[in-house]
Design a binder for this molecule. Structure first.
Ligand SMILES: Cc1cc2nc3c(=O)[nH]c(=O)nc-3n(C[C@H](O)[C@H](O)[C@H](O)COP(=O)(O)OP(=O)(O)OC[C@H]3O[C@@H](n4cnc5c(N)ncnc54)[C@H](O)[C@@H]3O)c2cc1C
Length: 392
């Protein structure tokens, strides 16, 4: 069981310095990035320069070698800025592709990709989803034809966070029939590669979302991450951090929105009294408070179990991801309701939270897919994650 306060003095110092970074480098740019529908490369470089990407990665590749609670600190402080799109871009760089490189990469691959990504010199992305396949990873069609000493990649990906900014992509490709998929470390300067920005998103405006095209791209065999044809199993076991961070971020976003609602309930007058005097709103707030605590308990429990068992903690991680992302949406929706018409305007930041949180039940594995994983463990008593056919 986790300690009710898992944070050490070292985590507290990290929180203090990252919070100052958020104030200086992120808050002043929020309106600009949201309007331009992309953030600056510069913020990646600055994050890396200060060591904030590498907090939970090994010292050998420029990380700080701290535990996963350090990643929780970064995710929570970033959430305080209420710019979901930027948070997503930064964690789609750190906690989508990099854990797989750390777990499966050769020393040469780690020096070439992991170390510069942690320094913020190279931007990373994870390329799984295609126009015809998202949850059903086994249905992807982008092929990497084995030509002996190299692969030839053809196909397309969509909805890829950091897709047009990325210097490299951990790319999921088909190298055979059925579940014979592989992971490639794909350099985006490879001839035949192109990317377009997708701008017509509901929220997460400051994040770069791209559609990617691969036309006869020649990729050396040395770009293979892990073993050929094992990609499907790697996806199942190496992408749990993405869901953990989603649960932590969702909890922090819900708590922030609740705090805004609480403040507004004290300030806003209606019928000659603060709206916080109306019992119906007080009970809404009580339910939000219960929801936030439930989210925190589950997501912290999932972090503690992840630290203990690694990706084997996938059941509690799936539970936390499913519960928090649904609950956070409910809480933020209620926070908007408490703000009345002003909640629908941009003035209080609730409108942005509402737009951004909506993605959380879809991205990083949908709620339905989380339920599939959980029910397979509970009912079918699936003992091993490799038996689960959807994205795990
Ligand atoms: C802004 C944004 C950023 C993203 N970033 C990335 C990224 O960086 N990299 C990346 O690879 N992908 C990314 N994605 C893609 C995201 O992971 C997928 O959208 C998600 O996995 C769902 O896939 P889909 O959209 O194809 O929906 P589908 O898989 O077609 O699902 C449609 C509906 O059917 C349900 N469904 C599907 N299968 C089942 C089942 N077996 N049982 C019950 N219900 C089911 C789903 O839950 C959903 O409700 C991003 C998406 C968005 C919108």
């Amino acid at each position: 069981m986790y300690n009710t306060n898992p944070f050490t003095e070292e985590h507290n110092l990290l929180r203090e310095s990252f919070s100052a970074f958020v104030d200086k480098e992120i808050r002043p740019n929020i309106e600009k990035w949201e309007k331009e529908k992309i953030c600056d490369r510069e913020v990646f470089r600055k994050m890396g320069e200060q060591g904030f990407f590498g907090v939970s990665f090994p010292v050998a590749y420029g990380g700080s070698g701290m535990d996963m609670w350090s990643a929780v600190v970064i995710a929570e402080e970033l959430s305080q800025a209420n710019i979901g799109g930027l948070s997503m871009s930064l964690y789609a760089h750190t906690y989508l592709p990099l854990p797989a490189i750390n777990a499966l990469g050769t020393e040469e691959q780690k020096q070439k990709y992991l170390a510069p990504a942690l320094r913020g010199e190279k931007i990373a992305a994870l390329g799984i989803t295609e126009p015809g396949a998202g949850s059903d990873v086994g249905g992807i069609k982008t092929t990497a034809e084995d030509k002996g000493d190299h692969f030839v990649v053809n196909g397309s990906k969509t909805f890829i966070t950091n897709g047009t900014m990325a210097d490299f992509i951990v790319l999921v490709v088909r190298t055979g029939e059925g579940h014979n998929l592989s992971l490639l470390l794909f350099d985006t300067n490879t001839p035949g590669f192109s990317a377009n920005s997708i701008h017509n998103k509901l929220g997460m405006h400051s994040s770069d979302t791209g559609e990617l095209f691969f036309e006869n791209c020649i990729v050396p065999k040395s770009a293979l991450l892990g073993e050929q044809n094992f990609g499907f199993y790697y996806i199942m076991s190496n992408f749990q951090e993405e869901r953990l961070i989603a649960a932590i971020t969702g909890t922090a976003a819900a708590e922030s929105a609740m705090e805004k609602a609480k403040k507004y309930m004290k300030e806003r007058q209606a019928f000659g009294r603060p709206i916080g005097k109306f019992q119906v709103l007080r009970h809404k707030l009580a339910k939000m408070s219960i929801g936030v605590e439930a989210c925190r308990s589950l997501s912290y429990r999932a972090v503690a179990e992840f630290i203990e068992k690694g990706p084997e903690a996938y059941k509690i991680i799936s539970i936390a991801k499913a519960f928090v992302c649904e609950e956070a949406f409910t809480i933020i929706n209620e926070a908007l309701q408490i703000h009345g018409g002003w909640g629908y305007m941009e003035d209080y930041g609730i409108a942005r939270s509402f737009r951004d949180i909506r993605l959380m039940t879809v991205g990083a594995g949908t709620t339905e897919i989380m339920y599939e994983i959980i029910s397979k463990i509970e009912i079918d008593e699936v003992k091993h994650k490799r038996q689960i056919k959807a994205r795990v």
